[in-house]
Structure formats: structure tokens, C-alpha cells
Ligand binder design. Structure first.
Ligand SMILES: Nc1ncnc2c1ncn2[C@@H]1O[C@H](COP(=O)(O)OP(=O)(O)OP(=O)(O)O)[C@@H](O)[C@H]1O
Length: 264
């Protein structure tokens, strides 16, 4: 379970450049919730991900994971609970290491390092099994350098690495946005099946309105550092992209300014 209570984050406070990235955010994700997040440019979506994962510390408020206060902990201390996949397929993996070395790293995440970082025979079998599930044939190339993989293959691997040890929270930060439509769709399907199978509590930022409506059981809309709309599963089922954009305009008083918006 993830809880944010009155979380705020300002950049350059008290100066003419002051930017409100998050303002008094209250958000609770129940175990197994899959929440999509949309909003204008600069709405605070990435900052929200950053204060949950530990890249940034909020100026005020509280972040709890399964009841534990985590907002003061650095990113590496939270990595046991938080899995994250970024937009950039180059992020989140080590390009000069092999597929199985990357998996070994993910497997050891947040654990006592003394247990070892290496690729043992038992682990190799586990990695093979997990790679096979991706359906990309990566299980046949465990010693290939990750830098040689295509963007889609890398995102699939990143997804596997982020979810390997069943994180309490999975953060997906526009993780299909840099892929061509066919690859994006296959990563979306993979995401759905992993999240469903592992019952992961998931927060996914997307610029694809159709995807935001179709995926998950809840949708939140952000604007100027605030959550301005929270749509439940029932309401989301009947929602259209047009209605969603109209709602955004009505509540925020302006059109959704998103230079990367995709309607479906
Ligand atoms: N490291 C930073 N330093 C200064 N300002 C920042 C920083 N990170 C974010 N901001 C500002 O905080 C606000 C929220 O930014 P954030 O990146 O969270 O928005 P976003 O919703 O992810 O936007 P986009 O959809 O354009 O990626 C913006 O005004 C942004 O300029």
C-alpha cells in the first residue's frame, strides 16, 4: 500500500523562478491498484514518481509504503520496495553488462550484498525461465551485452528487472513513449500481464489518453502540482478520450497543454 499525505515539492522557492511541482498531494493506492496518471506538461507527474522512488525528498508531507515512512530514505534504500521503468530504454540497465548480469543485479537489489552478486547455476535457470516469459528469445542470448538490444527488448528487460523481486510499488514513467507503436503495444501487453499476474500496485504515467483509460483500475489527472481528477474503475469503463479532455478543461480552466499527447 502506498500513501502520500499532503506532499509538496517546490523548486527555487521564494524566488521569481519558483515552480510548484507538487502541492498538498493526498494519494492512497490500495494493494493491487493499477493507476494511470495523465496531465499537462510540468503538471508534476515525474516529480510525483521522484518523491516516491527517492530521487527527490519532498519539502513537506509524508510518503509511506506498507505503513513505513520512507520519504527521508535515499533511493537505494527504497529500491527493495520500489521498481521503476523509465521512458529512456537506456536508463535502468547497465549497457556494458550482459543480460544475465543485469538480472543478477536486479535480483540482489536491496538485499545484503554479502549474499553475492554473481550468476550462479540456480539463478541462471531462474533467469532463463523469466526471460522465456518475455517471448522475445532473450533466453537464448543470456550473455549478450544489454547495449546491443533493441529499445523494445531493453524495455522488456527493464520491466522484468523492475518487477523481479515483486516490488511493493511499480512506477512506470512513460515507459512505452520512446518506442514505435508496435513495440509500444507489445510492452503494454507485457506490462498488463506482469502487473495482473503478480498483483502489483502500480502507478503509470502516460501521454496516451486511450491507454490511460484502457489500462488499470483508476485514473488520476494532474495539473500545476495538484491532482484535479480521480476516476474510479466504474467511471473509467465508460469514459472516452473526448470526455476526459473536456473534464480536464472544465476543472483546470484551460486546454491540456501536452506536447507529447497521444489520443489513442
Ligand atoms: N530538477 C528540477 N529543477 C527545477 N525545476 C524542476 C525540476 N524538476 C521539475 N521541475 C519543475 O517542476 C514542475 C513539474 O515538473 P515535472 O517534470 O514533474 O512535470 P511533468 O508532469 O512530469 O511534465 P512533463 O509531462 O512535461 O514531463 C515543472 O514546472 C518543472 O519545470
Amino acid at each position: 500500500m502506498l500513501e502520500l499525505k499532503q506532499v509538496s515539492k517546490l523548486f527555487f522557492p521564494g524566488t521569481p523562478d519558483e515552480k510548484i511541482a507538487l502541492m498538498n498531494i493526498d494519494l492512497v493506492l490500495q494493494p493491487g491498484d493499477f493507476v494511470t496518471v495523465i496531465g499537462s506538461n510540468g503538471a508534476g507527474k515525474s516529480t510525483l514518481m521522484n518523491v516516491i522512488s527517492g530521487v527527490m525528498t519532498p519539502d513537506a508531507g509524508e510518503v509511506r509504503i506498507d505503513g513505513d515512512i520512507v520519504h527521508q530514505l535515499p533511493e537505494y534504500r527504497r529500491s527493495r520496495w520500489v521498481g521503476r521503468v523509465f521512458q529512456d530504454p537506456m536508463a535502468g540497465t547497465a549497457p556494458n553488462m550482459t543480460i544475465e548480469e543485469n538480472l543478477a543485479m536486479a535480483y540482489s537489489r536491496g538485499k545484503f550484498r554479502g549474499l553475492g552478486f554473481g550468476v550462479t547455476r540456480a539463478r541462471r535457470a531462474l533467469f532463463q525461465e523469466q526471460l522465456t516469459k518475455l517471448g522475445l528469445g532473450l533466453e537464448n542470448r543470456p550473455r549478450a551485452k544489454v547495449g546491443q538490444l533493441s529499445g523494445g527488448e531493453r524495455q522488456a528487460l527493464s520491466l522484468l528487472m523492475a518487477t523481479f523481486t515483486k516490488p511493493q510499488i511499480l512506477l512506470l514513467d512513460e515507459h512505452t513513449a520512446a518506442l514505435d507503436p508496435a513495440r509500444a503495444e507489445s510492452i503494454t501487453r507485457l506490462t498488463e500481464s506482469i502487473v495482473r499476474e503478480m498483483k502489483l500496485t502500480t502507478l503509470m504515467v502516460t501521454h496516451n489518453m486511450e491507454q490511460a483509460i484502457r489500462l488499470g483500475n483508476r485514473l488520476i489527472m494532474m495539473d500545476k502540482g495538484r491532482i484535479i481528477l480521480d476516476v474510479n474503475e466504474q467511471k473509467k469503463k465508460d469514459l472516452t478520450v473526448e470526455q476526459l479532455l473536456r473534464e480536464f478543461e472544465q476543472i483546470s480552466g484551460h486546454k491540456m497543454a501536452d506536447d507529447r499527447v497521444v489520443f489513442g
